[in-house]
Write a protein that binds this ligand. Sequence first.
Ligand SMILES: Cc1cc2nc3c(=O)[nH]c(=O)nc-3n(C[C@H](O)[C@H](O)[C@H](O)COP(=O)(O)OP(=O)(O)OC[C@H]3O[C@@H](n4cnc5c(N)ncnc54)[C@H](O)[C@@H]3O)c2cc1C
Length: 465
Amino acid sequence: MIRTLQDHGIHRGIDVHMECTVLKLLTDDGRVVGAFGYDRERGRFRLFRARAVVLATGGIGRAYKITSNSWEYTGDGQALAYDAGADLIDMEFVQFHPTGMVWPPSVRGILVTEGVRGEGGVLRNKDGRRFMFDDIPDLYKNQTADNEEEGWRYTQGDRNARRPPELLTRDHVARCIVREVREGRGSPHGGVYLDISWIKARLPNGEEHIKKKLPSMYHQFKELAGIDITREAMEIGPTTHYIMGGIRVDGDSQMSTLPGLFAAGECAAGLHGANRLGGNSLSDLLVFGKRAGEHAAQFAKRQAPGKIDEAVLEATVRAALAPFERGAGGEGPYKVQHDLQDMMQELVGIVRNDAEMKRALEGLAALRRRTAQAGVAGNREYNPGWHTAMDLNNLLTCSEAVTRSALERKESRGGHFREDYPSKDPASGGLNIACRKGPDGEMQIRREPIPEMRAELKGIIEENG
Ligand SMILES: Cc1cc2nc3c(=O)[nH]c(=O)nc-3n(C[C@H](O)[C@H](O)[C@H](O)COP(=O)(O)OP(=O)(O)OC[C@H]3O[C@@H](n4cnc5c(N)ncnc54)[C@H](O)[C@@H]3O)c2cc1C
């Protein structure tokens, strides 16, 4: 999709700057007037003057040790917007997909599609028990099969059957898996078993059926883990997948709280609420990406070019090159990143509590001090160590926003689960948790009422039931 869109854009005359990373958004008189970054191949700095900027930089999964996200998901857009003065909201709502690969370590976190469970794959603990039947939330009891036979019929298209509990919400399934592992019923590599091979007992052509319906999963496990999923169960566990929170935008124009700065896709917030249903991200991108582009273009037409502050550019260059000055004598940025990922996974992961998140805040402060001392050797041409040193600041900002917001939301809702507040708090349902950079540079957290939906939109929803 990315390549097709890119080709389409080039044919429409859009300039594409490949391998270019933005480090700073430039502002003048309270609005965005450009972006400053570097090209990864040659390491040269680049200035883009702009009357409007649209961020579409994806998620923050690389703040966690186990993630389905690619190396690019370092929370750049969220951190760039925050540093420039825009609001972030609901950063506590991180989605953990229940099924990522857990073994071998090199592929840990790679996604195992929901399709496996949709085709009849079942979750079992080390004792062979289908533990998902043990914990079906009251809210979903009447929509969920209470026996294996009915669950199987659902996966085979019986419209009168209820879905098996393996297909409950992602956050619930992820927490059930964590419970099995914590209570000593997990698989050898810290997950549980996902078994699709068992359907051979039901379907005479089961092996061919699995290969036909799940070809990419068959190849993924065969190539990466040496497992034939038509014969053996997979070992899987939760993986950090998506962030519902992000840059606060206006629902119509996609403009952030900073004039001239727009955001769309995973880095923007609000559309999915506290949890995202599988498949909804691509439709989000198509609808709200188009809106962001159109409104940014309209905004830009109304603006005169802004002034670029040379002192800001110089300070950004100095900060970017500082890791080279410290050289190999400084701590390696990968070590700092690994420690951050371990800590976020352990203390601000799937199941959260007050004491652990307060420890995480102390840990984040220590990691910031270490980042300020990180050093890299080599030169500026395609130097991934240097890129990581710069990404770290964004990961730290996003991790702090997730942690502070999660501390503030004293309830469990959607992707955010607190063992010290395990229920929904109706009074918090109407609140966003907003993060803003204070005048002293500290992160400010506020509880703010969710803005009222426009009357005509309410009408459309009521009309359509
Ligand atoms: C394994 C996996 C499977 C998924 N499956 C589905 C699915 O089936 N259906 C669905 O709806 N959703 C799915 N999702 C979610 C969905 O793919 C993402 O939410 C979506 O692609 C995000 O799109 P985006 O345009 O916001 O960001 P992306 O498509 O991630 O694009 C972000 C771009 O910004 C660039 N970038 C980042 N930082 C900077 C910077 N500082 N400067 C310049 N450029 C930068 C990146 O290089 C990247 O090109 C899946 C996600 C994963 C990880």
